[in-house]
Design a binder for this molecule. Structure first.
Ligand SMILES: CSC[C@H]1O[C@H](OP(=O)(O)O)[C@H](O)[C@@H]1O
Length: 381
């Protein structure tokens, strides 16, 4: 049925896209972001010189995706410190820019604590700033390394669950290089399968309303050369019914202590479909996304975004996210109220496995997650 619609990328450009980089031009250090609201039409760099600019970029999803938000938050603290702004104020603003992805606050805290420690040891502002930058670079590097390990564990799990190769994987939202210091989380597993010749097709949910799938995952899939097919979110059910989905691979923004998974809105229905159709539902996330301080799914704050992201669509020069109300093309009568949660929560019983850089958790239990995090801490120390 769908073979005719398969889209094979024919672009051999490197798949690892510099979503973020620290730069030190003569006029002073800056944080350079690939503006994800402009993709796929334009590859535009956004240069941030202070924390408020970065907070704005986070809120409009110019930079997005849990692991990358952590990296950006850490660099944001270093940027504030190196430019002589109030570090504590910058850290608070950055950590509060978006509530659901735990990585953001974790990354901010890591750089802020490095700054504080340097000063506590008698260091000056410059030494504090350097300590924060060292911490941010370390987080960036660690995330890239975690991405490679997650891809390996995830591919091994796919091969175990689906003997014979030729995996047809459905993914939601975007979880590739645009959310990571490396090649991503769930998408990195699909990429590894593709490179090993064991990915028959990647089904890409468009992911309304901000279209991270259509705009970003398709962009990354095309660059990789893998066979991929875009679908509307509401077409996923018919794919499962037709037996065209072998596994679901998604990322995560926060994993609670009981194994509940917050991810882009539309993930939970996929988990229900996967369970009904006996298809593995696999979450891929670094250990930094596991938050043992959040007890369960009900305790996860789900970001509610502006209604115009639902009632309008992008117009020329008006990016899909962050457009001021009225800036886009209305797709509903003016004044229409919209329900626009950015995420939903999948209960642990619907999750086949959580793949991290430290290994695979399956079945998903609070005990297994706690043990994984403990193991990760031991490795870090
Ligand atoms: C693996 S992190 C990517 C994760 O973040 C996305 O959310 P957003 O685009 O709003 O930052 C989505 O939940 C992805 O799964």
């Amino acid at each position: 049925m769908a073979d005719q619609q398969a889209q094979s990328g024919d672009d051999n450009r490197p798949t690892e896209i510099p979503a973020i980089r620290w730069d030190e031009p003569p006029e002073g250090p800056v944080l350079v972001l690939l503006d994800q609201t402009r993709l796929p039409a334009e590859e535009v760099e956004l240069v941030c010189t202070d924390a408020p600019a970065l907070v704005g970029a986070i809120r409009t999803l110019a930079v997005r995706g849990a692991p990358l938000l952590g990296i950006a938050g850490a660099y944001g603290v270093a940027l504030a410190a190196v430019r002589g702004f109030d570090v504590e104020e910058a850290a608070a603003a950055l950590a509060g820019a978006r509530p659901t992805a735990v990585n953001l606050a974790v990354g901010v805290r890591r750089a802020r604590d490095a700054y504080r420690a340097a000063l506590a040891q008698g260091g000056n502002q410059e030494q504090g700033a350097e300590a924060a930058l060292v911490a941010a670079r370390a987080l960036h590097r660690e995330d890239a390394e975690a991405s490679v390990r997650m891809a390996g564990h995830g591919l091994a799990l796919l091969d175990e669950l689906l003997p014979g190769g030729g995996h047809r994987v459905l993914t939601h939202c975007n979880s590739g290089s645009l959310v990571s210091g490396g090649e991503g989380t769930a998408f990195a597993v699909a990429l590894a399968a593709h490179r090993e010749g064991r990915l028959r097709r990647l089904w890409v949910d468009e992911t309304r309303p901000l279209l991270q799938g259509a705009r970003l995952t398709a962009y990354e899939a095309a660059r990789s050369g893998m066979a991929y097919t875009l679908l509307t979110d509401n077409a996923a059910g018919s794919l499962f019914a037709a037996g065209e989905v072998d596994a679901v691979l998604v990322g995560a923004d926060r994993i609670a202590a009981d194994g509940s998974v917050a991810n882009k809105v539309g993930t939970y229905p996929l988990a229900v479909l996967a369970r009904y159709h006996h298809v593995p539902f696999i979450v891929v996330a670094p250990v930094t996304t596991v938050d043992l301080d959040t007890a369960d799914g009900a305790s996860i704050e789900v970001e509610q975004r502006a209604g115009y992201e639902v009632t309008e669509i992008a117009a020329p020069q008006v990016p899909v996210a962050g457009a001021e109300a009225g800036g886009g093309i209305p797709v509903a009568p003016l004044g229409t109220q919209a329900y626009n949660p950015a995420f939903d929560v999948t209960p642990p019983e619907l999750v086949t496995a959580i793949v991290t850089e430290e290994g695979v958790v399956s079945p998903v239990t609070a005990e297994a997650l706690a043990e994984l995090c403990d193991r990760s801490r031991q490795v870090t120390i």
